[in-house]
Design a protein around this ligand. Sequence first.
Ligand SMILES: Cc1cc2nc3c(=O)[nH]c(=O)nc-3n(C[C@H](O)[C@H](O)[C@H](O)COP(=O)(O)OP(=O)(O)OC[C@H]3O[C@@H](n4cnc5c(N)ncnc54)[C@H](O)[C@@H]3O)c2cc1C
Length: 383
Amino acid sequence: MQVEMLKPVMDTETGESLPGMAELIRTELCPRVVSIDLKGEYPREFMHKLGAIGGFGAMVAPQFGGTGYGLKNAIRIIEDVSRECVSTGFMVWAQYACAWYLQNSSNLAIRRDVLPLIAKGIVLGGTGQSNAMKSCAAIEDNRLTAKRVDGGYLVNGTLPWVSNIGIDHYFHVGIDVENEPGLLIALVKGDHPGLTLNQNAHFIAMEGTNTFACNFKGVFISNESVVSHPSEFTQFKSRTKAAFILMQMGMGLGLIDACVSMMKRSNKTHGHVNCFLDDQAETIESELLAAREACYRLADKIDAMPDANHERETLALRLAGGEMSLKAANSAMLHLGAKGYLVGNAAQRRVREAYFIAIVTPAIKHLRKELHDIDTGSCACTA
Ligand SMILES: Cc1cc2nc3c(=O)[nH]c(=O)nc-3n(C[C@H](O)[C@H](O)[C@H](O)COP(=O)(O)OP(=O)(O)OC[C@H]3O[C@@H](n4cnc5c(N)ncnc54)[C@H](O)[C@@H]3O)c2cc1C
């Protein structure tokens, strides 16, 4: 499989993750955060505008419409967005997760025709890989199954939740193929014949993420829509997994940073009593700085050595990110007190967002299982 190297950069002169990033967040995202949270507003315009300034391009080579700035830049962008809104940060991650699989596809037509649209945010997209990842870790069975037919595969099954999608969006899924080891990774569009998107669940914190249940009934996936065939799966997975997971750290780093700021602000008036709480702003801040440094360092290492095994280090860091998010949001809530209990206040939103970081695949329990499996040599990958 021929994959182009990305070129890690960069801190812009202003220290921004991207030129124009701070302004875009201030004008287009900040005013909508409460509506996104409480009314489930989908920030479509923000996503398109972020794409236009290169916000989804870091994990895509320039020849396919990306900036090629690399994993650290992708994490920084997700972090910047999540500092204001983890719901939107999650969608930025989803768009990246979509692009990253396409970037690593052996299917040149997909890289040439679809990837630039995703990398530039002209078309939005996501990933339906949670179930496949959990099936690889022997947590649950794969809910999508396929059999080979002339010119492709026939797919059936249901995924309960896929975010940042819709009729005109793309997403990829991992599918068990009859009598074949390894998973099929397929790219589908929301209006693919045989695919139905249902929005019959409502969520706390994440209602603005355009999350749908996806029902596949006799969906024909032609070879042209295959991101990776089952025979390519082992190599595809080892090449993509670490970056796919490490990018989620952006959500945690941004959220924890916002919680530290809230605690410090509260201490200006209530420091004399906040000092009796277990987790102080300074302690959480120093843990944040250490986690951020470790995350950026690992991101550079993954970019520099994409074929090396970074799995254990990535899983351990992602686990720490989830645990720290819960601790920081909990402490911020306790610092804010009754004020944090108000409907529009960020403190209670941060608590709900932190739980999402802890439960989205790979969830804390999933990460602990995979680490246990690696450490005890009982790796249970079924695919
Ligand atoms: C708001 C939101 C957005 C998400 N976005 C995505 C996404 O973009 N892509 C993606 O792949 N995954 C997505 N997920 C799924 C997520 O990553 C987890 O895989 C999911 O929350 C289940 O993991 P778990 O650890 O809770 O499962 P476990 O605790 O291991 O098991 C819970 C089981 O119950 C099932 N279950 C529970 N409630 C329902 C229900 N209402 N309908 C059907 N099955 C149910 C689950 O599927 C699972 O099998 C999203 C989840 C949420 C809540």
